[in-house]
Each structure stands twice: as C-alpha cells, then as structure tokens.
Design a protein around this ligand. Structure first.
Ligand code: ZN
Length: 392
C-alpha cells in the first residue's frame, strides 16, 4: 500500500460519526443569518475549547461577531493546511435541525455548518491518531459571507492579518467536480432619471426625455455588450456575461414616469482586471445618459474576483491521492459554478484553494439537507489531505 492508503486506513477509525453529527446539530440549532453570527461562533469556540484546542477570536472589521480560529501545530516544520468555512446563512426563515433518513436537515445543514463540523472532526481525528507528520492545520470560521447581506470583509481582514495557510479547503456543498476555474462577479443596480415632476402624459413638456425609452436603449446596448462578451469564452468556466434580472418604471398607464431602474449581474473570466470591468460598465451608462438626456446612477457591488487553481499544484495531488485512499475516487476537474471564499484566497493572497464538501442540497432555500455518510467521507478526506500535504 502507498502512503496515502496507509494514512487513510490509520485515520478511518478515528472519524467519529456520532460526534460529527452532534457537532453539526449544535451549530445548526443556532440561527445565524449573515451579520448575526456571534452566537454560533461562540458555540463553535466553546466546543473547540472543550476539546482542548486553543481558540482565538479575531474580529477583523466586525467585532459584532468575532471569527473563530484554531492553530494546531504538529511541532515539526512543514506546510500549513487551512480549513475555512462561513458560519452565516442566507436570510430566510429559520428551520431547526432534524435527523431523517441518513440526512441532517435545517438552516445551514447544506451551506455550510455540516461542512464546518466535518472540518472540526478532521482536526480531532488528526490529533487523536497523532497522524500529522509535520506542519500544521489552521481552522477558521467567520461571518459576512452571504451576499448581499455580507461582503466578505471579515475574511479579507483575516487573510490580511495572517490567518492563512499554504493551501485552503472549503467545505461548501460541491462534491464534484474538482473546481479549477471560476468567473468573478458583481451585481449592479442602475437608476435612470429625468428632471421634471410626474405629470399626466398629455401635460408633459415635449423636451423632457423618456426614462422608459432610455431604459430600452440601455437594454439594447447591454445586449450588444453581451454578444461581445459571449465571445470571451473559456473551455472550463464558460463565457463572460452581463445579465439583466429586472426592470421597472411607471405607476399607471397615462402618467409620465420620472424613474426607470434595472438590476442584474456582470461576470468575468480569470485574468480580467475587475476595475476595468467596472469602468467599462460605467462608461456605457455615461454614454446612454448623454445620448438620452437623462441622468443615470449606478450602485456597483463587487462580490468576488475570478478564481483559478493550478491542477499541477502539489496540493491538488495530495487532495486527489487522499480521495483515492478514502473512497477510491479521483475527481474530474471542472468549473466552479458560483463564487465563494476560495476566490478571495486566490485573488487576495495567491493561495491555492479547493472547494469540496459533502453531498448536499437545498442551499439558499428552506429545505437544506446533507448526507451523513458523505459528511463522514469529507471529514476523513480532510484529515488525510492534511496529513499528506502538510508533510510536503
Ligand atoms: Zn456557503
């Protein structure tokens, strides 16, 4: 047997299914919509402290909900592998945890408190099996992940303050493929206005511009931009895009409206300068405002930059070897369909990041679930990856 299989079999009996499920339930039972993550972070810190880990509580710019960090060193020089997760959930009605048919359900069961529980279980197993030959593990968990309520700034600050490993695993609910490329994204809301008051259409001053016509002009120009962007195509992560999700104007059929607003997204490929993307968009709006005689405001909300992972990085081979040892599978490489904190680790610090979590579903709905069998697999996989990667 090779070293990955030896490590895999050595660690397997140390992954404690009951303890892992209990940890997940204790995190899920505390509501933590984005921005209100203090109580669940306190619960995680208590559990880790009770396990005998030394817990730090870095706040970043958000003392309302201090993050949780544990550094667990082997005592021998080597690499640091980081397990990072977000403790916040989207703003939907709270669903308490339940155990049903081999699954855990409830708010955050899928996205991503169960994944954090698996990372904690991996850390416990590594310690109990004394299986980390060198290097260290850094566990971090934080708030302010989910947009639009959060903007990632607590994690950005943690990265800046040195809470960062040589590589990162993120247990988001994506169990295949192994994502090696992803688009960056921003959301935008554009408001088109004219100067005069709302009036009956027959009273309207003829030189006043129509905000609806200006909105239509903007839709047409964004359509043209979209066809140009569609040509910027990456074989793995698809094309850059501009998307309009909604448009609104007017109150009744014969009142001349003052305002038209539109909302949508803009996504770009790795290697694109995100500031240039924003400048181009604002430039297009300036042109429409000038050509239609309206004024146009734009709220541009940057979400995350684009993401790349080098499939030849030693971190990827450690992860794939660990996967083969744990469950006999090596993952095919593919796109990352969403943006996540792995994008921040790559874009802000150049650190390789793998998003990989349990088989789960219902994220961003009130019907979240996660497979317990697969959660056990992920805890085991994280532990073996650490043992292989940290030793170098
Ligand atoms: Zn998530």
């Amino acid at each position: 047997m090779d070293s990955a299989h030896v490590l895999g079999e050595r660690l397997r009996p140390f992954i404690n299914r009951r303890r892992l499920v209990e940890t997940a339930l204790r995190l899920i039972e505390i509501p933590s919509p984005t921005g209100q993550g203090k109580a669940v972070a306190d619960r995680l810190a208590e559990m880790l402290a009770a396990d005998g880990f030394e817990v730090e509580r870095p706040t970043g710019p958000y003392p309302e909900a201090p993050a949780v960090a544990v550094r667990w060193p082997s005592g021998r020089a080597g690499r640091t592998l980081q397990f990072n997760g977000h403790l916040d959930t989207v703003h939907l009605p709270f669903v308490p945890p339940e155990l049903r048919d081999g699954q855990i359900t409830g708010s955050g069961a899928s996205d991503m408190k169960s994944g954090i529980a698996a990372a904690v279980e991996a850390l416990r197993a590594l310690r109990e099996a004394d299986a980390l030959p060198a290097g260290s593990v850094l566990l971090t968990a934080h708030d302010l992940h989910e947009a639009p309520w959060g903007d990632g700034r607590q994690l950005d600050a943690l990265i800046q303050q040195g809470y960062i490993g040589d590589a990162v695993l993120l247990p988001e609910p994506l169990h295949e493929p192994l994502p090696v490329k992803g688009r960056g994204s921003a959301t935008w809301k554009v408001t088109i206005r004219r100067q005069g008051p709302p009036v009956h259409e027959v009273m309207r001053p003829l030189e006043e511009p129509s905000v609806i016509a200006a909105g239509a002009e903007l839709v047409a120009r964004l359509g043209k931009l979209q066809s140009e962007l569609a040509r910027q195509h990456d074989p793995i992560c698809g094309a850059a895009s501009v998307f309009i999700g909604q448009i609104h104007s007017g109150e009744i059929f014969n009142q001349y409206p003052q305002e038209c607003w539109l909302e949508g997204t803009r996504r770009w490929l790795p290697g694109t300068d995100r500031h240039a993307v924003e400048r181009e968009f604002r430039g297009l709006l300036d042109d429409v405002a000038r050509d239609t005689g309206t004024s146009i405001d734009c709220r541009w909300m940057f979400i995350r930059d684009a993401f790349v992972l080098d499939p030849n990085d030693q971190f990827v081979s450690a992860f794939q070897d660990a996967g083969e040892a744990v469950s006999g599978t090596r993952l095919a490489i593919g796109p990352k369909p969403f943006v996540d904190d792995g994008n921040s680790f790559w874009a802000n610090a150049g650190v390789p990041a793998i998003t990989h979590g349990p088989r789960a579903g219902g994220q961003h709905t009130v019907a979240e679930w996660v497979s317990i069998d697969d959660l056990v697999r992920v805890a085991h996989l994280y532990a073996v990856t650490a043992a292989l990667y940290c030793a170098g």
